[in-house]
Design a protein around this ligand. Structure first.
Ligand code: 15L
Length: 269
């Protein structure tokens, strides 16, 4: 049977990396973004919708006939509180509520390391389900996303998996990302596991590759069936030659959230 997956924020960084990787013969990707989306290529099984995740009517229509939602939409960087509240927090509520109203049983939420950014790297591997320690307004929105997901799972019996993504880019861009990197291929493997695992209920998992310098537990992600095949170490020499070793006193070396934890980072209050 053909599966239909709604991806919000499909024109964004992670959405663009996932679009080709989550394509499958027995699957239609319904791509939604407020920005214009590249049209379907020849043979590509996609539907495109240009709409805001804060528009309940549009989101309900987008959720019609959908088997699962992967919610990547929202601001991906720090913003003033009013924008975070509207797009990230209210937007996540609208996505979950629209999914519930349309009978969608499973939602995968793109949370972030910034939900727990103030965890100290020196305290050892960051645990699955670590209590929120958001580093920014954006981090607060990801903690709120996880709380909303928990409520929709407990109250309405939906399956909701929150993926605390490290840094999902084609390559690690700096020394911190040698620890936080989620390769695009591993990202797709993890989302596939989130879609396939039977009856997960509510979960919070780390979204990182099995990096040699990893700071995060992969136990809960592995329980979903995720198997990382990538390691940022193949880029270590190149990244270290460009940036040098981390200053042990720097935010990047001290906290999971890196520079986002610094007092000067959040100018966008
Ligand atoms: C995130 O959550 C951001 O969306 C992304 O832009 C990266 O900065 C990433 O975290 C990170 O921490 O590297």
């Amino acid at each position: 049977m053909t599966q239909r997956i709604l991806i919000t924020g499909a024109a964004g960084g992670v959405g663009t990396l996932m679009r080709p990787r989550l394509a499958a013969d027995d699957r239609i990707l319904r791509l939604l973004d407020i920005a214009e989306l590249p049209a379907a290529a020849d043979g590509e099984r996609v539907e495109t919708i240009q709409a805001s995740i804060t528009d309940m009517d549009a989101m309900e229509r987008a959720c019609e006939g959908v088997d699962a939602v992967i919610h990547l939409g929202g601001h991906s960087l720090e913003q003033v509180w009013s924008k975070i509240l509207d797009v990230n927090i209210n937007g996540t509520y609208v996505v979950l509520e629209a999914a519930r109203r349309q009978g969608v049983k499973r939602v995968v939420l793109a949370s972030s390391n910034h939900a727990v950014g103030y965890i100290k790297e020196a305290d050892g591997e960051a645990a699955d389900y670590a209590f929120p320690r958001p580093d920014t307004n954006y981090g607060v929105s990801k903690a709120a996303m996880e709380a909303l997901g928990s409520m929709y799972a407990d109250r309405y019996g939906m399956d909701v998996i929150c993926v605390r993504i490290g840094s999902c880019f084609a390559k690690p861009k700096d020394v911190r990302m040698l620890s936080t990197w989620l390769s695009p291929d591993d990202g797709a493997r993890l989302f596939e596991a989130c879609l396939a695992t039977p009856k997960p209920g509510f979960r919070i998992v780390w979204g990182v590759s099995d990096n040699t310098r990893r700071w995060f537990s992969l136990d809960e992600a592995r329980k979903l069936g995720y198997e990382s095949k990538d390691d940022s170490e193949e880029f270590a020499a190149e990244v270290l030659a460009r940036h040098g070793e981390l200053d042990p006193g720097s935010y990047a070396a001290r906290y999971l959230g890196g520079a986002w934890c610094g007092p000067d980072f959040n100018t966008a209050v």
